[in-house]
Design a protein around this ligand. Structure first.
Ligand SMILES: *Cc1c(COP(=O)(O)O)cnc(C)c1O
Length: 370
């Protein structure tokens, strides 16, 4: 095995052939409709509802504005229970709404918010639970909903990783009050930048559509201090084209996932995460935990991979709760988050993307499984 000449990144965006996008651009140039809920925007909302198996979708300029708007739409305030083991945007969306995050530890098997620890964190100020389907693996949605019902809390899922995931014989996006997707370049389905909120009913979608357009209901009526969260026609048109390739991309990911999994089966100290709960997984990430028994520390392995041009990522390290704007919160204490702390110190996400070749997968494996 030789070193890779080109860096192998943790992901590589899927792009359609450029010439296939040109007719879409031509339509935009002809119509001069660039944004504000134009024809591609409407088409993509419908196409995503059909593909994902959900009732209502509102497209957004990105997932983070989607999260901020979802919290606004449900009028969430006070304290919200959330996970420290996610991307920064999850908790940042709370701070942008003046909401206090309350961090709760994660389940060691799913790496998602541990429902068994939620109740102890509820106070009279708690209004919602903001959970994340980390790596596209579904949260324990039933346990979370039960707690939410008992305490009259809203549930929002950061589903940035969960595009196309099916659970309990339906889309995982149909759980909770709202789910938020990201179509960022690094995600399974990308529109360069983009995102969406999945709503259970037309009334909620309408409210979200007002909020993402400055609060305008019509030319002269503004009902809320909304934001500009609209997806442009360029991104929506690209989304229409990207949808055509998504099944193939997911199939490729599945094959790569299986090859890694098999290769690491007998390697002491390397733990993989199977698609435990889902009926249909999306293989968005390939996290491993470097545990005691492995011949090197996580960081030694991470740097060794980099020396060989394999740019794996320590997702999620550091924990959100260790960032300066959160670390003084009582719930950010490491004694409150022992599982998340340990996992953050052990995790590496390995490269996985649809055209990653078997020979590169085997090269990466050879660096780890020697
Ligand atoms: C990518 C991501 C986001 C943010 O989405 P953007 O579209 O980049 O704004 C939010 N949460 C999680 C867990 C993510 O991975």
């Amino acid at each position: 095995m030789t070193n890779s000449n080109e860096p192998i990144y943790v992901t590589k965006p899927v792009l359609p052939p450029l010439e296939e996008f040109l007719p879409y651009l031509q339509q935009i140039w002809d119509s001069k409709i660039l944004t504000n809920g134009g024809p591609f925007h409407q088409q993509l909302e419908q196409a995503l509802c059909d593909y994902l198996g959900v009732k209502h979708i509102s497209l957004f300029t990105n997932g983070t504005i989607g999260l901020v708007t979802a919290l606004q739409a449900l009028r969430i305030n006070g304290e919200v229970i959330t996970t420290p083991y996610s991307f920064a945007a999850t908790a940042h969306s709370l701070l942008w709404n003046g909401i206090k995050p309350v961090f709760v530890d994660i389940d060691p098997d799913t790496l998602n918010l541990d429902p068994a620890r939620i109740e102890a964190a509820i106070t009279p100020s708690t209004t919602a639970i903001l959970a994340v389907h980390v790596y596209g693996h579904p949260c324990d949605v039933d346990a979370i909903q039960k707690i939410a019902d008992n305490y009259n809390l809203k549930v929002i899922y950061d589903a940035a990783h969960a595009f196309g995931v099916q659970y309990h014989s339906g889309s995982v996006l149909n759980h909770g009050d709202l789910s938020v997707l990201s179509f960022h370049a690094t995600k399974v389905f990308n529109t360069f930048e983009g995102g969406a909120i999945v709503s259970p009913d037309a009334k909620t979608k309408l409210r979200i559509d007002h909020l993402k357009n400055f609060g305008f209901v019509d030319e002269v009526t503004v009902v809320a201090p909304g934001i500009n969260g609209k997806m442009s026609e360029f991104n929506a048109a690209l989304g229409m084209l990207q949808l055509k390739g998504i099944d193939h991309a997911l199939q490729q990911r599945k094959i790569i996932d299986a090859r890694y999994r098999q290769a690491f089966a007998g390697v002491e100290g390397i733990r993989c995460f199977s698609a435990v709960n889902e009926d249909v997984a999306n293989f968005a990430y390939f996290p491993i935990l470097v545990q005691p028994g492995y011949m090197q520390s996580r960081d030694e392995l991470y740097h060794k991979l980099r020396e060989h041009n394999v740019i794996a990522r320590r997702y999620f390290y550091p924990l959100i709760s260790d960032f300066p704007m959160y670390r003084t919160l009582p719930s950010a204490a490491h004694t409150n988050l022992p599982v998340a702390k340990r996992v953050a110190e052990q995790v590496i996400c390995l490269p996985i993307y649809p055209d990653l070749t078997f020979s590169l997968v085997d090269f990466i494996v050879s660096l780890i499984a020697r």
